[in-house]
Write a protein that binds this ligand. Sequence first.
Ligand code: NAP
Length: 284
Amino acid sequence: MASTRSNKGTKPKRAAAPEVEQNDAAPEAAAADPAAGPLAGRVALVTGASRGIGAAIAKALADEGAAVAVNYVRNKGLADDVASEIQRAGGTARVFQANVSDEGQVSTLVNEVIGAFGRVDILVNNAGITEDAWFQKMDFLSFNRVVDTNLGSVFAMMKAVIPNMQLHGWGRIVNVSSFVGQTGNLTQANYAAAKAGMLGLTKVVALEYATKGITINAVAPGFIETEMIKVIAPKIQDMLLARIPMGRWGQPEEIAKAVVFLVRDGSYITGACLNVNGGVVTAF
Ligand code: NAP
C-alpha cells in the first residue's frame, strides 16, 4: 500500500535487492477475452503519475487493460484522483508514494507493487523535475537534485524491476526523456545533462537485455502543456511557442499514445528514442 514517506530531508540509502516473488500466471490467459484489452493481465508501474504526462500515461495503459501502480511523491490527492478515474472506467489501479530519487525508497516501492499485484511487466520512468538557472548561478546541489530525480531514478528503477521481468521473460520499459537532452536549452544545464544521460542509459541497458524479452526505449517530448510549462513566464511562453513548427503545445495524451505504442506494439523496437515534439528538434 502507499507509504507515507516524504522526500524532504531524507538521506538516500543503499537499496537492498528487491524481494521478488515468482508469479507464473500467464497474462496471456487474462488477455483471452479481447474486450479486456491487449494489455490485460499486465501490470504497469508509472512513476510521477499524479499529474501531467504521467497521469495521462497511467490512464492510457489502463485503457489497454493493464493494472496500474500510480506513483507520486507529494500529491496524494491527485494520485488518488488518477486511480479513481481508472477504477470508474472499469480498470485496476492503486497509488504508491515514493521518492524515486532515493534508491532505498525505489526498492520498497517495487516490493510493494509486486506485493500488491504479483509482478511488474511495464515500467514507465516518467517522474521528473526542473530547477532552471543560468550556469554560473546553478549550484552543485541543484545540479545533483535534478540529475538524481530525472536520471538516478531511472537507473534505480530499472535495476529494481528488471529481475521481476526476467522471471517472466517479458518486459517493457519506457523512459521519458526530453528534446532538451538532444538540443540543450538555456538555463537547463542540470536538466539537459540528465535527459541526455537517460538516452545513453536507455541504449546500454537495452543492449544488455535485448535477448531477454525486455525492450527498453525512450520517448522525448517537446513542450507539453503541463505544470512544467505553466510555471514559465508568459513572455517566454510566447517566444517558445513561436519556435514550435506545429505552432502549439503538445498534450500529455499525445505522449501517452507514443508510450502505449512502444509497450503494446514495439516488440522489435529497443534502444530507440521516439521524438514527440511538434517538429521542435528540427527548428530549435
Ligand atoms: P509535472 O506535471 O511537473 O509532474 C511531475 C510528476 O513527477 C508528478 O507526478 C510528481 O509527483 C512526480 N515527481 C516529481 N519528483 C518526484 C520524485 N522524486 N519521486 C516521484 N515522483 C516525483 O511534469 P510533466 O510535465 O508531466 O513531466 C513528466 C515528465 O516528462 C518529466 O520527466 C519531464 O521532464 C518530461 N518532459 C516534460 C515536458 C513538458 O513540456 N511538460 C517536456 C519534455 C519532457 P507529485 O505530484 O507528487 O509532486
